[in-house]
Ligand binder design. Structure first.
Ligand SMILES: Nc1ncnc2c1ncn2[C@@H]1O[C@H](COP(=O)(O)OP(=O)(O)OP(=O)(O)O)[C@@H](O)[C@H]1O
Length: 259
């Protein structure tokens, strides 16, 4: 049985569990005055290391804004975002770029691989950009872990969609990041391949203690997580532990997602 590790309460005092990321009263308003859109509205969440969290909600509920503020891609209008104990608000663009390269992994729907580079070179890229030393054994371990041991010399165009997403996951793992953020990582894949990729993300959490936070519209994808956060109108409307696809779909229906 899976251990419940995502603590959705703000951390308090001593004895708190180690968190990979934390948002404190994060509000994001796009635009100004009467035409401003409150995309996030006082969101507080504390996500434990080694946990798998899915973020769901109706279109426009603030999922992308949540991910962007948590990953330092966008600045909250008010409130604070932390990766580990590092508060992002005080950082300039150069520092944020460095933090994203070294401490965050991204897996997007569209894979975003460099076509001219081999699998191995794509996976090494974050370390090269960061000027960090490459641990060859770790690279080999990761390629094996994602099932690409025999494909290291291939170009992305020579791989299937599922294999390309495995490269993206390997690239996200190479820096041993605090958090891997997934933005619809299975959105472009067929059902069978999507399940393989979700199992791989699940294994990264269970076997290497990786933290994964994934935005998805798919209740089946969300069911691989330990916890689902449901957003509605920029707020956390609900959270579900040990989710099943049926319960997630039911909750989404009640949030009016598929009305
Ligand atoms: N750059 C922006 N400028 C103005 N409004 C924005 C901007 N980005 C997002 N919004 C608005 O903020 C709200 C939340 O958007 P967000 O993209 O976070 O929602 P979402 O849940 O990811 O939606 P979807 O599931 O459709 O991708 C929406 O009303 C959206 O129109």
């Amino acid at each position: 049985m899976r251990t419940e590790r995502t603590n959705t309460q703000p951390r308090s005092g001593t004895g708190a569990r180690s968190h990979a990321l934390r948002l404190e009263e994060v509000t994001k308003v796009y635009g100004r005055g009467g035409r401003g859109v409150r995309a996030l509205d006082g969101v507080s969440v504390d996500i434990a290391r080694g946990s798998f969290t899915a973020v769901m909600g109706p279109s426009g509920s603030g999922k992308s804004t949540f991910l962007h503020c948590a990953a330092g891609l966008d600045k909250p209008t008010s409130g604070r975002a932390y990766i580990g104990d590092t508060e992002l608000g005080g950082m300039n663009e150069t520092q944020l770029t460095k933090l994203r390269r070294e401490r965050i992994g991204f897996v997007f729907q569209a894979f975003n691989l460099v076509p001219a580079l081999s699998v191995r070179q794509n996976v090494e890229l974050p370390l090269r950009l960061a000027g960090s030393r490459l641990d060859g054994q770790w690279l080999e371990d990761i390629l094996l872990r994602v099932g690409l041991g025999g494909r290291a010399a291939h170009r992305p165009s020579e791989l299937s969609g599922g294999q390309q997403q495995r490269v993206a996951i390997a690239r996200a793992l190479i820096t041993r990041p605090d958090v891997i953020f997934g933005d619809e990582p299975t959105g472009a894949l067929d059902t069978v391949t999507a399940k393989e990729i979700l199992s791989l993300l699940r294994n990264c959490v269970d076997e290497t203690g990786q933290t994964v936070v994934m935005v998805t519209h798919d209740p089946v994808a969300a069911s691989y997580a330990d916890t689902v956060l449901f957003l509605a109108d920029g707020r956390i409307a609900d959270r579900m532990h040990a989710p099943t696809a049926e319960r997630v779909a039911d909750r989404m229906t009640h949030l009016g997602a598929w009305a």
